[in-house]
Design a protein around this ligand. Structure first.
Ligand SMILES: NC(=O)c1ccc[n+]([C@@H]2O[C@H](COP(=O)([O-])OP(=O)(O)OC[C@H]3O[C@@H](n4cnc5c(N)ncnc54)[C@H](OP(=O)(O)O)[C@@H]3O)[C@@H](O)[C@H]2O)c1
Length: 262
C-alpha cells in the first residue's frame, strides 16, 4: 500500500517507549522525518539513536514534559526551523493513575487534565497554523478504549479522555476546510510498560497475581490476547496516510474487539 508519507514531517509526542515509540518507528519506516520527545533524556536518546540507525532517517529529539505549554511551543518552533514545517502531529502522554472515584484527589484530577487533555491543546495550538499554510495536516490523538467504554478503576481516564474526543471533533469541524484531518485512536489493553504498571496496581487492589490480571484482560477481548504496540502504530500511520484522506473527526479503536457496543 502506497502511504504517500515519504519525507513528511511527523511529531510523535511521548515517544521514548511504548505506543509512542512504536508510532515513531512506524513513521520512520515510511520515510518520514521525525520529531520525538519524552521527559527522561537517556531513554529518549536511546530510542532516537536506535531509530536513526535502523531507518536512516532524520530525527529531532528534545527532553521535556508535555504538560509544559512553553516547552511544547519551543519544540514545535525547533521542528519547523529544522524541517521547514509540520505535517503530522501525534499527541500522547503517560496515563493517569488507576483509581475508583472516592480515592481520587483534586490535585490528581488537575494533573490528569494537564497530562491527558491540556497537552493535546498545547500541541494543536502550535501545529495548526503551520498545517494551514500547507493546506495539509494530520492530528491524531492517542487516548484509550475508555473514550467509548469506561474501564473500572480508571475514572481519571474515563472522564478526561472524553474531553479529548470533544476537542478532536471540534478541530475536525473547524479545520477540515484547510485540509487538516483530526482523528483519535483508542488502544485497548496493549503490551507496554504502562500496562505492567496497571497490572501491578490492580493485582494489589484485587488480591490476584499479575499473571491473572493479564489473562483477564486478554480474555475480555474477542481476539483473546493483548494488543501489540505495532498494531496501534500501523493504524495511526494509515490514518495519517493518503489512503485515509476522507476520514476526520473519528475515533478508531484498536482493542481486539474489547468495546462491546455496536
Ligand atoms: N498500553 C495500554 O494498554 C494502553 C491502553 C489504553 C490507553 N493507553 C494510554 O496510551 C498512552 C501511552 O501508553 P503506553 O502504554 O505507551 O505508556 P508507556 O509505555 O508508559 O510510555 C509512556 C511514554 O510517554 C512518555 N511520557 C510520559 N509522561 C510524559 C510527559 N508528561 N511528558 C512527556 N513524555 C511523557 C514516557 O517517557 P518519560 O517517562 O521519559 O517521559 C514514555 O516514552 C498513555 O496515556 C496510556 O494511558 C495505554
Amino acid at each position: 500500500m502506497e502511504t504517500g508519507l515519504k519525507n513528511r514531517v511527523a511529531i510523535v509526542a511521548a515517544s521514548s517507549q511504548g505506543l509512542g515509540r512504536a508510532t515513531a518507528e512506524a513513521f520512520a519506516a515510511e520515510g518520514c522525518r521525525l520529531a520525538m520527545c519524552a521527559r527522561n533524556r537517556e531513554t529518549l536518546a536511546e530510542a532516537t539513536e536506535s531509530i536513526r540507525a535502523r531507518y536512516k532517517t532524520e530525527v529531532l529529539a528534545e527532553p521535556f514534559d508535555v504538560t509544559d505549554a512553553n516547552a511544547v511551543r519551543d519544540f514545535v518552533t525547533a521542528v519547523v526551523q529544522k524541517f521547514g514545517g509540520v505535517d503530522i502531529c501525534v499527541t500522547n502522554a503517560g496515563g493517569p493513575p488507576a483509581k475508583g472515584f472516592l480515592a481520587t484527589t483534586i490535585e490528581e484530577w488537575r494533573r490528569a487534565i494537564d497530562l491527558n487533555f491540556m497537552s493535546t491543546v498545547y500541541f494543536a495550538h502550535q501545529v495548526i497554523p503551520h498545517m494551514q499554510k500547507k493546506k495539509w495536516g494530520r492530528i491524531i490523538t492517542i487516548t484509550s478504549v475508555t473514550t467509548k467504554q469506561p474501564v473500572g478503576d480508571l475514572v481519571y481516564s474515563n472522564a478526561v479522555r472524553a474531553a479529548v474526543v470533544g476537542l478532536v471533533k471540534s478541530l475536525a469541524n473547524e479545520f477540515g476546510k484547510d485540509g487538516i484531518l483530526v482523528n483519535n485512536v483508542g488502544p485497548g489493553f496493549t503490551a507496554t510498560d504502562r500496562l505492567k504498571e496497571l497490572a501491578r496496581s490492580r493485582s494489589v487492589a484485587l488480591n490476584k497475581t499479575e499473571k491473572e490480571i493479564f489473562e483477564g484482560w486478554a480474555a475480555d477481548a474477542p481476539l483473546k490476547r493483548l494488543g501489540e504496540p505495532r498494531e496501534l502504530a500501523d493504524t495511526i500511520v494509515w490514518l495519517a496516510s493518503e489512503r485515509a484522506s476522507y476520514i476526520t473527526g473519528q475515533t478508531v479503536l484498536v482493542d481486539g474487539g474489547l468495546y462491546k457496543g455496536l
